[in-house]
Design a protein around this ligand. Sequence first.
Ligand code: F6R
Length: 236
Amino acid sequence: MKLEIINSQIEAGQKGLQVFKKAIQQGAQVFGLATGSTPISIYDAITQSDLDFTKFISINLDEYKGLSNDHPESYHYFMNKYFFSKKPFAHSYMPNGLANDLKSETKHYDQIINDNPIDLQILGIGRNGHIGFNEPGTSFKSQTHIVNLTDNTIQANSRFFDSIDQVPKQAVSMGIASIMKSKEILIAAYGKEKAQAVKEFIEGPVTEDVPASILQKHPKVTVILDQDAAALLSKK
Ligand code: F6R
């Protein structure tokens, strides 16, 4: 893993932009995208750059069950706001959390991922070590699946909703095996509340109890951290 410790969100954005630029120079055409607060500075840097995505494909990690695409907390809304309205792709795929048959939606999404192998996947990490909505205990062999969100994640995400009761209890998420198939991964984490998860995922044992720890086995991972998120690492 390549570790980049940064001092500001602006610097994080620039580091992330460099990773995207290099991947594109090397032929990347399919981008796995994440939502949440972490990628925003990277998306800002990208959308203010001269990069052109109109011939490329994006595939998002996850979406809540049951939120309409124009719900301000849906991941569709987030992606339009921070990325697609400024830099459109030839095609952007996101799980349809409104599908009547969510089980067949997961199969359909796996087909999309198989047909469009991801060149560069961007990830954030949850305080409990989750990636995508793959909570602790999720099989490393998992493909796209329906997730029951843990109380920890519902609590963490409630900051974006008027009340905790409004946070959806389920989501559709790309699985860990699908994430690991990406040719390259960029993961970022900021703030002291991520420090424990960061330590466990980089220096702890590879275990399904810490979903991000599987990234130790991936051949090409860049990790962008601020000082707070890196605080518990023994090697920097
Ligand atoms: C979002 C996602 C999640 C987040 C994680 C961190 O698409 O897949 O795994 O990356 O929950 O969220 P933030 O960045 O808001 O701290």
